[in-house]
Design a binder for this molecule. Structure first.
Ligand code: UDX
Length: 431
């Protein structure tokens, strides 16, 4: 099929490249000329595992191209995916500005088309947005009738940053929210080459499935963090407890890794947006609110543990190992490291930080701390080291790295798999 995708970010580009690899003809649309030129020369403007190679291949085989001309791309395609961002506003609601503008642009394309077209919302939007905000813009600007001249679907994405391409190509399920049967049938054809169950549902249900999925995963994390804090009191290992819980097939082991709390561009934003949406609809978001509350406290629990050891942090040198919100990315959005560094600075500590990828980004948030080129250099002569991101290289920390510390104190905000000698590490959850 001929497919156009609006937005070449962390969702649009892996989806576009993935669809091209399944045999579709894909045109990516972006307002940024530089990005468009890059894609057309086979260069990938973002880092995602396996994406640069596949993108280059798809461009060279002429299955994928990019343009800034929305109207033309829509005229020449049968179906359009909307994959622009929905950032969080200060009040926790989502900002629909990009969505509205991109929808308007797309509607101009639909206006000038003679044949039936399907518009698919892939961006994360709260329930009713597709019906109450997006469809009215499409109808008004195109002058055409939804359900007759064009169809609409809502097709949420469940892509993790870093592994988005593979998550797209091998999904657990494909959720198709449809305005009517014809819209849904058309979208289902796009996914013909995928080996995943397809669920057809309403637009509103598809929108909520996305929020409920992310919120439940975030709730699993907050729950295990609460259990982890209990384990610490009992002197037992929460990872063992998580293994025991996770063997129950009704529960499942994933997203039960206790640590310094969740961050990233999705969980914090989506959980907050769901809370706001529930409140507006007179539903008391008790569990969802606690998920955020537990997470906020968890982020700086490492500092609380450090204070149990050093009641005053004034002039103590603390090494922060890991700045990214998870390993495999340079993204620091909502990373626990941001709050941990703020708290340490406020308590008068000297901070030395190391991350294999995210130092540049953290320098913009915290320009006034010391950054080191290796974890060894961060640990050197510090009073304590806090592990905030579970980068694999931290498994190599050995006794010789700790020689220069007066007291070898490492507090694990993420479980590293390799145990140092007893008594050296004081994990949140590690006795
Ligand atoms: C998430 C969802 O997984 C994805 O489906 C959605 O589309 C976007 O949001 P992402 O933000 O890329 O993806 O990261 P993910 O790997 O899910 O981790 C999110 C956060 O939770 C990270 O800070 C991670 O460290 C933390 N986490 C994850 C835990 O603390 N414990 C876990 O067991 C799993």
């Amino acid at each position: 099929m001929d497919i156009s995708i609006v937005g070449t970010g962390y969702v649009g580009l892996p989806a576009g490249t993935g669809l091209a690899s399944k045999g579709h003809d894909v045109t990516c649309i972006d307002i940024d000329q530089e990005k468009v030129d890059k894609i057309n020369s086979g260069e990938c403007p973002i880092y995602e595992e396996d994406l640069p190679e596949l993108l280059e291949k798809m461009v060279s085989e002429d299955k994928l191209r990019a343009t800034t001309n929305t109207e033309e791309a829509i005229r020449d395609s049968d179906i359009t995916f909307l994959a622009v961002g929905t950032p969080m506003k200060d009040d926790g609601d989502i900002n629909l500005d990009y969505i509205k503008q991109a929808t308007k642009d797309a509607a101009h394309g639909i206006k000038n088309k003679d044949s039936y077209h399907v518009f698919v919302v892939k961006s994360t939007v709260v329930p009713t947005t597709t019906e109450e905000e997006i469809i009215p813009i499409l109808e008004e600007v195109s002058g055409k009738k939804v359900g007759k001249d064009f169809g609409v679907c809502m097709n949420p994405e469940f892509l993790r940053e870093g592994t988005a391409l593979n998550d797209f190509l091998e999904p657990d399920r494909i959720v198709i929210g449809e305005l009517d049967e014809k819209s849904g049938e058309t979208l289902e054809k796009v996914y013909e080459g995928f080996e995943a169950p397809i669920m057809r549902t309403s637009l509103k249900a598809a929108e909520l499935i996305k929020y409920a999925s992310n919120s439940l995963l975030a709730t699993k994390i907050s729950f295990i963090n609460e259990i982890g804090n209990m384990c610490k009191e009992l002197g037992i290992d929460v990872y063992e407890v998580a293994d025991g819980i996770g063997m129950d097939s009704r529960i499942e082991r994933s997203f039960l890794d206790s640590g310094a709390g969740f961050g990233g561009s999705c969980f914090p934003k989506d959980v907050r947006a769901l809370i706001n949406f529930m409140e507006k609809n007179n539903v008391d978001p008790k569990i969802t609110e606690s998920t955020i509350e537990v997470n906020e406290k968890q982020k700086t629990r490492l500092v609380d543990l450090l204070e149990e050891h050093y009641p005053s942090l004034e002039n103590k040198t603390v090494a922060i190992l890991g700045l990214a919100f998870k390993p495999g990315t340079d993204d620091i959005r909502q990373s626990p490291a941001i709050d941990i560094i703020s708290e340490l600075k406020q308590k008068g500590a000297d901070v030395k930080a190391y991350d294999p990828e995210a130092i540049q980004n953290m320098k913009e948030r915290h320009p006034d701390i010391e950054y080191t080129e290796s974890y060894q250099k961060a640990i050197e002569n510090s009073n304590a080291a806090l592990i905030v991101t579970d980068w694999a290289e931290f498994n190599q920390i050995s006794r010789k790295d700790l020689k220069s510390m007066d007291e070898a104190l490492i507090i694990e905000g993420r479980k590293i798999r390799h145990k140092l000698d007893d008594g050296i590490t004081k994990g949140i959850n590690w006795p």
